[in-house]
Structures are given as C-alpha cells and as structure tokens.
Design a protein. Structure first.
Ligand code: DGY
Length: 411
C-alpha cells in the first residue's frame, strides 16, 4: 500500500477554513475538529509523530507535549499573537521554531480596546441595566454621567503594535495626552505624540489606563493593589492583553471601594471567568469573553498566517522567495512579513521590506532593501550585505537572487 509521504500537521481546534485549505495541499492534516478546547490527553495523542503543530492560545504546549510529539516535530505555530502558552525556551533548546500571528489582528484588537474604553467611560453596562430594569426614570441632567475621552490623559502600558493602533484611534477622540510605559521606548511613539513615562507616573496621571503589553514572567500581577492605589479615583482600567497581568482580587477591591471608577476586561484569569466571580457582581466592571481579535477578517487572516508559518518552517513551499535561517524562515521578496522571538518572515502579507525592522530572537535587526543585519559578523553577498549572528552557526540565508553565502548555499 502506498504511504502518503507528505508531512503531517495536527490542528488543535476547528479554525477558519482558510488556513486548513492551504495546509491540505501540502500536508496530511489531522484535527481536533470541534469548538471546545482539546483535552490534554487528546493533545498528546494528536501531536504524536507530526511534523507541525497548529495550536491556539488555550493549548499549553510544554515539555510533555514536545516529548510526546517526537524529534521529527519541525515547528509549532500558534494562531495568536500571544505565545506565553508555549514553552519557548524548551522549543529553542530543541531548535523548533515557533510561529505566531502578529499584525493581522492589530486593528481588530484595537477596535475592541476602544469599545471597552468607550463603554466603560460612558457607563454603558449601568445604562443598559437601567433601561432593562426600569430604573430609568426620566432624562436627567445629573444622572449617568461618565468621563469622556475628550481632553483626557490616556496611559498605555505597552506601546507595541496594538497599543500604537489604539493610540492612533484615541487621537481622533480628542485626548489631550498619551503617555506610555514599557521596557523601552517605542520608536513609533512620535507618530502619536506619546510620552514615555515610568509605570508609577502613568498610574498617577492617567484618566484611562490600558493594558496592551504581552504577558511575561516579569509583569504577572502588575496591576495589583499597589498599582490601583496609585490611580486616580476617577480612573478607568481597561485590559485587552492577558488576564495574568491583573490581580483580580485587588481589582475587585479597588472597584468595590471606589479606589478606581471602572474597569473593562476582555481577558481574565482564568478564562472562562467563573460565573460566580465577584467581578461580575459589579456594575462598574464590564467583562468580555476574550473577543479582541474576533472579527471574520482577523480570524481568517490568523488562520491563514498560521498555515503559512507551518508551510514555511516545514520547507514545503517551493516558492523561490523562501529563505532559511537557522531553522527560522526568512522570506526576502519584495514585501515582508512577520516575526516571532526568533523567526522572521518576509513574504506575502504585511509590511514593506524597505525600512522595516525585523526582530530576531531578543535582539533587533534591520532588514532594509537587500541588507539583513543579524547581529555581528559582516559577510558580503553579491552587493548585498548580510550581518550574521555569530551564534547561529549553521545558518542558511537565501536571498532573492539565490546567491550562496559563505559556503552555506542555497538553491
Ligand atoms: O493572542 C492573541 O492572538 C489574542 O489574544 C487573540 O485575541
């Protein structure tokens, strides 16, 4: 009996068809084809012997999963921009590139952040309840007053892709000042006139405080009693990042006691939030079920990008613009793409190659025209210059023109 020689991919959920359709051409696809979360034992069963894993932010991808998968596993690609559910250091140890889906969900998530900001600032939950329970007496000049965005100071914790997109929206609402905090200054801050400030300054001076950063071991529980105590009593806190950023007991106390005025959460810890969570008893706390990227367009694009990542890492793409870079994929075509901790795509969707910044691993590298900077060590390449990271030893770089690089050839 003839065996199917195509690589195998396991998909951990029913996802928008676009990604699956792409994969079906090149892979033997198996799938947890349901809308509920895959049980851990099914995940372990599904990954066994596959070349690629297409997973979601709800799947914990740890050492056990990697062990169970086996040494042929070439890549793990998550249909999400966040990847804290994946043990990245374990993947690095095993040279398994991890793909993710930045950019394609930025606008959708920024919209949802704005929705929460507007809904909480104008007290929509209370207002709707008043209509529904009959406590709306009459139009009342001093009733249901909120704090508008007009003239407000907004503090954004994490001015990354989503934070920046939110800041752009905020400008059209007439905010007077945008401040932001984070590990380092953002090169895009000038576009929105955002000022880099300390976390404490941001807490003390902002009317609205937005959690837009990714969750790391360092910022778990960042928004705790100490942080809420520093906020204005009129402050509104919105989180569309990850629930783990917030100490929810402390948030409850701050909202209940009037330490802060309101909160809008698209993310909680855990998810789903138990229906007996005290947060749900509060009229000044609006909780959504993690729907930041839930638009048809964004979810479809996330599914497609995840599939493209898998195709790239499994080297099934015979498109000549695909380049390999130490287990990471670099597409150097006319346009660029996305990146993860140690992956760069320069392929068919997203950013312009020219002038764009590519992050490889934790260091920043530029990719500009035909110049790739990957840390130190300069190698000339047919008029192009390639700076290679010294610790990526068996690196393969394929440039557009298909030139060999220092013996590590190419196509
Ligand atoms: O990490 C992500 O992709 C988002 O949280 C999904 O909305």
């Amino acid at each position: 009996m003839a065996t199917d020689a195509r690589p195998k991919v396991f998909v951990t959920r029913r996802v928008p068809a676009r990604g699956i359709d792409l994969l079906k051409d090149k892979f033997v696809v198996s799938q947890w084809d349901r809308e509920d979360r895959i049980p851990p034992e099914e995940l372990l069963r599904g990954v066994k012997g596959v070349d690629a894993l297409f997973c979601l932010l709800t799947d914990k991808i740890d050492k056990d999963v990697l062990d169970e998968a086996g040494p042929q596993l070439k890549t793990i690609c998550t249909m999400s921009v966040g990847y804290e559910h994946i043990d990245i250091s374990e993947c690095k140890k095993r040279n398994i590139p991890v793909g993710f889906t930045p950019d394609v969900l930025t606008n959708a998530t920024a919209e949802l952040t704005m929705s929460l900001l507007l809904a909480t600032s104008r007290r929509l939950k209370e207002a709707m309840t008043a209509v529904e329970d009959g406590s709306w007496g009459t139009w009342n000049p001093i009733w249901m007053l909120g704090h508008g965005l007009d003239g407000a100071t907004v503090g954004i914790v994490g001015l990354g892709r989503i934070g920046l997109a939110v800041a752009k929206c905020l400008l059209s609402f007439g905010v007077s000042r945008i401040v932001y905090s984070g590990n380092s200054q953002s090169k895009n801050a000038q576009e929105v006139n955002a000022e880099f400030v300390s976390f404490d300054y941001l807490l003390e001076h902002s009317d609205f405080i937005l959690g837009c950063c990714s969750l790391t071991a360092n910022n778990m529980g960042l928004f705790n009693a100490e942080a809420f105590n520093k906020m204005k009593t009129s402050a509104i806190f919105v989180n569309t990042s990850r629930g783990g950023l917030v100490n929810q007991d402390d948030l409850y106390n701050a909202l209940k006691s009037g330490k802060i005025a309101g909160a809008g959460l698209d993310v909680t810890n855990p998810e789903p939030l138990p229906t007996d969570s005290p947060l749900l008893t509060l009229s000044n706390c609006l909780v959504l079920p993690h729907i930041g990227s839930a638009t048809e367009k964004a979810r479809s694009a996330m599914s497609e990008l995840t599939a493209r990542n898998i195709i790239a890492y499994c080297h099934t793409d015979d498109d000549t613009c695909v380049k390999q870079l130490d287990g990471c994929v670099v597409y150097l075509d006319t346009c660029i793409k996305h990146l993860d901790g140690y992956v760069v795509y320069l392929d068919t969707c997203a950013k312009q190659l020219d002038g764009c910044v590519v992050y490889l691993d934790t260091c920043i590298k530029h990719l500009d025209g035909y110049v790739v900077y990957l840390d130190t060590g300069v190698k000339p390449l047919d008029g192009c210059v390639v700076y290679l990271d010294t610790w990526h030893l068996d690196m393969w770089v394929y440039l557009d023109t298909g030139k060999a690089l220092d013996g590590y050839v190419v196509y």
